[in-house]
Write a protein that binds this ligand. Sequence first.
Ligand code: SAM
Length: 196
Amino acid sequence: MKKHAPAFERNHEPIREVLARELPATGTVLEIASGTGQHACAFASAFPDLTWQPTDPDPTSLASIAAWRDELALPNLLPPVRLDVTEMPWPVDAADVIMCINMIHIAPWEAALALFAGAGRLLAPGALLYLYGPYRFDGTTAPSNEDFDRSLRSRDPRWGVREVRELGAAAGEHGLVMRGVVAMPANNHSLLFRRV
Ligand SMILES: C[S@@+](CC[C@H](N)C(=O)[O-])C[C@H]1O[C@@H](n2cnc3c(N)ncnc32)[C@H](O)[C@@H]1O
């Protein structure tokens, strides 16, 4: 059954604008934590020369992605694959871009480390790892993100808004360098990493 994420309505167009500047002309985009599948559909539609591979570990999300995919019948949107970043090896063996929207704050820190490890393994030199979400910069974030951080930690103490400096250091361990930070609406940011 199709799921709807309210945040999708607010964030998909600003994200598409950043992607339009950063994505290659062709190739396969591996989307981690696709959730409802709405971003996969929107971006497969917006970038018809790229192939979109949605993934998620959650069975309900996989069913939602499949339902959206069936409805829209986009030729460049592949069937969803079950992928938990912390379970190696990943069930995909190639990607020209990896993107992950709103996952690393709502999962243990190990998930961020595993995301960087998997991306470092799969991506060729120069390839993009795109992250989107709320972040901390030198310990500081917007009051709304502080509230969100508290609510995340109350749900699971292993979750929380991540520090960009720590993300940069962890990514560097896997050959990924942060080449750009783009301010997005509602106190979110796009983080652009490139494989060196
Ligand atoms: C807040 S939702 C975001 C979904 C979607 N990207 C969006 O922005 O609407 C977080 C997603 O992260 C996924 N997730 C949580 N832990 C994960 C892990 N270890 N590996 C991959 N995905 C994970 C969940 O299943 C969920 O779909």
